[in-house]
Design a protein around this ligand. Structure first.
Ligand SMILES: NC(=O)c1ccc[n+]([C@@H]2O[C@H](COP(=O)([O-])OP(=O)(O)OC[C@H]3O[C@@H](n4cnc5c(N)ncnc54)[C@H](O)[C@@H]3O)[C@@H](O)[C@H]2O)c1
Length: 348
């Protein structure tokens, strides 16, 4: 790891806020990494904290976030509370001068996401959002296949995130499942989206969509499509990218074939006008993908950014743009799929 030039001590001291279901995964990683120290665990609920005290004997436990904010030796706050609290807690942490990591999505409203991203920029502090999948080695492979030109020109891509899974009463399938695929799509394409739309239905609970079909349009003509559902017989966690030369699939349900590269595509037309377009179906290649817990890579990048000021790929700007897409898709859902422009103001 690089020298901790921005810090007075030799490890990044981290406090995790929200220790119920997901927060403990972050606490575990920050505790185990050699470059970080899990200094604090915080939750409003004592009973939640009691479940973890024995695991972290050198960590201080509290029900009050102010204790973390008042600790001058604490470098960073990790917000793993329920979604509606993210923007307000991140704001408090940044205002107290702490580098801040926020679970996805950064905020519920695009304007709040933008405000938090702008505050971090103004204070010169790292703000990172847990867009976990953009750190997945399989998704990284997709990105390198796109960037090194292996796929040719990217035409379109689509994500499948389906299951017969947890039916949430307070969040629809778009907000619960969408941040993953939207963040991956934006990172893979490497452009700001210009327009989105979404349709969906609430079959199990009134007003809470169980299935959502979303569409993202980019200025270059690339189209992204999302199928998000917890009411489906297939457990799917896939992203497929169609290029002019090759096609690639990331499938997180596969253990040994996380990425498959298909040498398939149209044959460039050299013959005269009016000919049928020929297609080519060549080899199928399965590259080796390292097995590393993506959350560990996320935590490592956050620690590196805090320590050195290095940029992160899931920064406040990316977080705010994902919220803007979610918000615009929500508007579209309410208007039977009418397209909604993305203004680009998701960026800080
Ligand atoms: N990246 C991923 O793959 C992934 C997976 C699951 C959940 N998540 C995210 O993790 C976050 C937490 O999810 P969860 O299922 O654990 O939520 P949860 O609602 O079960 O738990 C949240 C905890 O935060 C605590 N809390 C709320 N406000 C607080 C405050 N002001 N101070 C201290 N503690 C406070 C609550 O007491 C609760 O124990 C959510 O944002 C969710 O979207 C991410």
């Amino acid at each position: 790891m690089e020298a901790l030039t921005n810090l007075p001590h030799d490890v990044v001291r981290v406090g995790v806020v929200g220790m119920n279901y997901w927060g403990p995964n972050l606490a575990r990683n920050f505790d185990r990494l050699p470059q970080t120290d899990l200094a604090w665990c915080c939750d409003l609920d004592e009973a939640v904290l009691d479940r973890h005290r024995d695991h972290y004997p050198n960590t201080t436990f509290t029900t009050n976030l102010d204790d973390l904010l008042a600790d001058d030796a604490l470098d960073a706050v990790v917000v793993a509370t329920s979604v509606p609290t993210h923007a307000a807690l991140a704001t408090r942490a940044l205002e107290a001068g702490k580098h801040t990591f926020v679970e996805k999505p950064l905020a519920v409203k695009a304007e709040d996401g933008r405000r938090v991203a702008a505050l971090a920029a103004e204070k010169g502090l790292t703000l990172m959002v847990d867009h976990l999948l953009v750190y997945h080695p399989g998704v990284e492979k997709l990105k390198s296949l796109i960037d090194d030109g292996s796929l040719g020109r990217v035409y379109y891509l689509y994500g499948n995130r389906q299951n017969l899974g947890i039916v949430r009463p307070d969040e629809n399938a778009l907000w619960s499942l969408g941040p993953h695929d939207i963040s991956v799509m934006l990172w893979l394409v490497g452009e700001e989206p210009v327009e989105v739309s979404a349709t969906g239905e609430s079959y199990l609970q009134p007003g809470v969509e169980d299935v959502v079909f979303g569409r993202v349009r980019f200025a270059s003509g690339v189209i992204g499509h999302l199928h998000l559902s917890w009411l489906d017989p297939h457990k799917m966690r896939k992203m497929t990218v169609i290029g002019s030369d090759k096609m690639a699939v990331f499938d997180d349900m596969e253990s040994e074939r996380k990425v498959t590269l298909f040498d398939k595509g149209p044959v460039p037309r050299t013959e005269s006008y009016g000919e049928y377009i020929q297609v080519r179906s060549g080899d199928i290649h399965i590259p080796k993908i390292p097995v590393t817990e993506p959350l560990r890579l996320v935590c490592e990048e956050f620690a590196r950014a805090v320590a050195t000021g290095a940029p992160t790929r899931a920064d406040g700007r990316a977080g705010a743009t994902v919220v803007e897409v979610l918000e615009a898709m929500t508007t579209s859902l309410k208007n039977q799929g009418a397209p909604v422009a993305i203004t680009g103001k998701g960026a800080a």
